[in-house]
Design a protein around this ligand. Structure first.
Ligand code: AMP
Ligand code: MG
Length: 478
């Protein structure tokens, strides 16, 4: 067999063995490769043909000597629970030719010590969803883990009825979560070891500095604030922003009951289990800071000699979250309407636009797309008095910049995707995949890989779904 080019290590298992489990693998019956992310494989330095032949690895049928499942805890919808990789296995940390270290993880690879009675498996539909959304995120320029492959297991899994089983291979810069710190929090030695490991992995320039833990917390806070601003700016609702789904790397993950909103409304919720709207669109920035406060709590003993001093440091950093978030969000909004340098008054202008969008149930993505294309007459608020007033205030503000139109258009094109994964297209791709047809998934991926290409003809992919499919709901039973 040809060499795939994997270069696996397992530095994580140098942590105390309470952090992981190295149980046996759970081979499946008839693994069949159905999706392979060739561009990603290439950036990882892998041989595509060899990868295609090595379905045993991508299905969890072949053991690597670097594999492990991770222990973690987490606040799920606000409730603290001991968790861990109940259906995931890190095959190893792949080190690329230029020295970049990434975790390669199977999801749906069978039960582990952390399965808590679950079957450890995954169904094809949700794995295709995760593949589509993570690749869309990446193409949008938003930090995310990536999907490398989907393999059908040839075995059924029981969800609401029998479904085809599948294993997703994911790639992340690490799988260390806020919940991993919560898991370690009972022991100062464990938290210190985990923090040192995380710093080595993600912020190695801080190593050896006396203020490294404080700086590290500040970095995680900054990365999360920017990530969530990015989500808000494309109308993305994650749906399960639990602390175990919050990476300290600042990459997004676990695209389960998530969706991009069509009509703009700040209270939009998609997840069927989020009955109180904890993770509604407008709540995401606040939930981000709530999750980071849980991380800060675990790091308190490392921040200062007294509890009081440590709390002061943590509070200051958590306040920085709000500042960083607002800066990223409002600057991003200004860019979306073509303003290079955001002034304080611009926030009122963008707020008013959002209010108009909410009142007229304007499509989030297509409103900014129409503004970018100069197709303002198509906007649902174009003929209202307040709509006209907004458009003229906007034009006046643009004129003040005294920049050539091409420059304004270029900025807007860079910040307003022409296409996003529309819920109805994601659903029909998933339904086809469940029947064994991956054509619609591949076609959708082709479109989602170039979201800022205004020259392309995206045709039907830009329209929101037919009204009757609403309210759109996504489900957690994955
Ligand atoms: P998730 O919603 O994917 O973030 O999963 C939350 C937690 O539940 C994680 O600890 C998962 O490993 C675990 N989990 C989800 N589905 C299963 C399953 N089918 N079998 C075992 N554990 C699972
Ligand atoms: Mg998770």
């Amino acid at each position: 067999m040809k060499d795939t080019g994997w270069n696996f290590e397992a530095t994580y298992v140098e942590l105390r063995d309470t952090f992981y489990d190295r149980g046996p693998i759970n081979p499946v019956d008839k693994p069949e490769l159905v999706l392979l992310n060739e561009p990603l494989a290439e950036t990882l330095g892998l041989d595509i043909d060899a990868l295609k032949e090595d379905v045993a690895l991508l299905s969890g049928n072949r053991q690597t000597d670097t594999s492990f499942s991770q222990a973690y805890a987490g606040h799920q919808f606000g409730n603290f629970t001991m968790l861990g990789d109940g259906r995931a296995l890190v095959l190893g940390e792949h080190v690329t030719a230029n020295g970049k270290r990434v975790d390669v993880q199977l999801k749906g690879s069978g039960p582990t010590e952390y399965s808590r009675g679950g079957d450890g498996r995954a169904a094809i539909g949700p794995m295709v969803r995760e593949y589509l959304i993570s690749e869309a995120m990446h193409a949008l320029g938003i930090p995310t883990n990536r999907a490398l492959a989907v393999v059908k297991t040839g075995e059924p899994v029981m969800r609401q009825g029998p479904k085809h089983g599948a294993v997703l291979t994911r790639v992340a810069s690490s799988h260390i979560r806020v919940g991993t710190f919560q898991y370690a929090a009972g022991s100062i030695d464990d938290v210190t070891a985990l923090a040192d490991y995380a710093i080595h992995r993600h912020d190695s320039d801080l190593e050896g500095r006396p203020d490294r833990y404080e700086e590290f917390l500040g970095r995680v806070i900054e990365r999360q604030a920017k990530l969530i601003a990015d989500w808000q700016l494309v109308g993305f609702i994650h749906g399960v922003m639990n602390t175990d789904n919050t990476f300290i790397s600042g990459e997004g993950l676990d695209y389960g009951p998530c969706a991009f909103m069509d009509s703009y409304h700040p209270h939009t919720v998609f997840s069927s289990i989020d009955r109180e709207g904890r993770y509604a669109y407008a709540n995401q920035p606040y939930i981000g800071s709530w999750n980071l406060a849980r991380l800060a709590e675990t790091l308190l003993p490392l921040l200062a000699d007294t509890q009081e001093a440590a709390v002061d440091i943590a509070n200051k950093l958590l306040n920085d979250y709000t500042e960083t978030y607002k800066q990223a969000y409002f600057t991003g909004l200004a860019h979306k309407i073509g303003l290079y340098v955001r002034k304080d008054e611009d926030d009122a202008l963008t707020d008013e636009l959002l209010r108009l969008m909410m009142e007229t149930e304007a499509d989030f993505t297509n409103t900014f797309r129409a503004l970018t294309l100069g197709e303002t007459e198509s906007l649902p608020f174009a003929s209202r008095d307040d709509g006209k007033a907004w458009l003229s205030a906007w034009r006046k503000r643009l004129a003040e910049q005294a920049l050539p139109d091409e420059d304004v258009t270029r900025l807007m094109r860079q910040h307003n995707p022409a296409v996003i994964p529309r819920n109805h297209h994601v659903e029909s791709a998933i339904m086809a995949a469940e029947r064994g047809d991956f054509g619609p998934t591949t076609a959708l991926l082709d479109v989602l890989r170039q979201p800022y290409d205004y020259e392309a003809d995206y045709g039907r992919y830009v329209s929101p779904g037919p009204e009757r499919t609403y309210p759109y709901q996504t489900f957690c039973g994955t």
